[in-house]
Ligand binder design. Structure first.
Ligand SMILES: Nc1ncnc2[nH]cnc12
Ligand SMILES: [Zn+2]
Length: 334
């Protein structure tokens, strides 16, 4: 089908817990005898009106409490991969938040092995290659992050990178300097959320203190011309999430999203879905929405798709990257 929704792309900013659809949440709640505060899926969907990042996070953490067993994590990931594949995603780099589950007594093994069950057969079943990114919760302590890194050591062959998410303002990158140094020493790649709600200074410090290779969101970097110059010079990928930005009110409307200007400034932008169950769309929906709202041309859409594969952690499989890039060039919009 010829539609930007189906343009071949890599998804580089996707929280697996943010793919939990209301129907699956209630099914898992029932299976695991977890009581949710919302009566049914309809009541839950009505709660998806957020004032800011924190109001979303409150619901996100509550709802993910239904995830308990390997099967739960497997089902969650498999459902996401099926949806992603239907929207042109050929490669997905998937965040998970172990601390949010470990506080409830769910082990790192349950989380990683459960997700891996779905990821390991994703290529055969969905035609989507995958990577896992372990994300630290920045509103918890650096000590907690370090313990989480320690707990992940037996599973490092399944984890490509570490990330940093949750409540940004007041939890700057430099809080996690040592954790990132340890992660790098273990051979993990480094990314971090920065400049979603936080100021450009947080993006500078993600680059200069944490030494990240990609910036998740990076939206507010556009306020600082010197920072833009740096990001362009070093070709640092930004994993933008347009529908998320509208729902969490970091931009007023999609029409006012700076994506088009950011591309024109030479920034290496990618388009992703963040928490698609909560924000009204998967990766292809985000492409479709920005095309309509910002009147992006086919060349800009192709550039976004190309960027996603160039920014992907596929350095161990350049043949695959080349194949995906060729699919982008061969895609016909009409
Ligand atoms: N958009 C987002 N920002 C920060 N932390 C998150 N965790 C899940 N989605 C997030
Ligand atoms: Zn995110």
């Amino acid at each position: 089908m010829s539609h930007p929704t189906h343009l071949p792309k890599a998804e580089l900013h996707l929280h697996i817990e943010g793919t939990l659809e209301p129907e699956l949440a209630f099914a898992l709640a029932s299976r695991n005898a977890v009581v949710l505060t919302h009566a049914d899926t309809e009541a839950l969907r009505k709660a998806y009106l957020f004032a800011d990042l924190q109001s979303f996070l409150d619901l996100y953490y509550e709802l993910m409490s239904v995830l308990r067993t390997e099967e739960d994590f497997e089902e969650l990931a498999d459902a996401y991969l099926a949806r992603a594949a239907a929207q042109g995603v050929r490669h997905a780099e998937i965040f998970f938040d172990p601390q949010a589950h470990m506080v409830r007594g769910v082990s790192m093994e349950t989380i990683v092995m459960g997700l891996s069950r779905a990821l390991d057969r994703s290529e055969a079943r969905h035609g989507v290659s995958t990577r896992l990114i372990m994300s630290f919760l920045r509103d918890l302590s650096a000590e907690s992050a370090m313990e989480t890194l320690e707990a992940a050591k037996p599973y490092l062959d399944r984890i490509v990178a570490v990330g940093l998410d949750s409540a940004e303002v007041g939890n700057p990158p430099e809080k996690f300097r040592e954790v990132y140094e340890s992660a790098a020493a273990l051979g993990l790649r480094l990314v971090a959320h920065a400049g979603e709600e936080g100021p450009p200074e947080y993006v500078w410090n993600a680059l200069d203190v944490l030494r990240v290779e990609r910036v998740d969101h990076g939206l507010r970097a556009f306020e600082d011309p010197k920072l833009v110059e740096r990001l362009v010079r070093d070709r640092i990928p930004l994993t933008l999430c347009p529908l998320s930005n509208v729902r969490l009110r970091t931009v007023d409307t999609l029409e006012r999203h700076p994506l088009r200007e950011m591309l024109a400034a030479g920034l290496m932008c990618t388009v992703n879905s963040d928490d698609p169950s909560y924000f009204g769309g998967y990766a292809g929906d985000n492409f479709h929405a920005v095309q309509g709202a910002l009147d992006l041309g086919h060349e800009e859409l192709r550039e976004l798709a190309r960027n996603s594969f160039e920014a992907a952690f596929l350095d161990d499989d350049e043949e695959r990257r080349a194949r995906y890039l060729a699919e982008v060039e061969a895609y016909s919009f009409d």
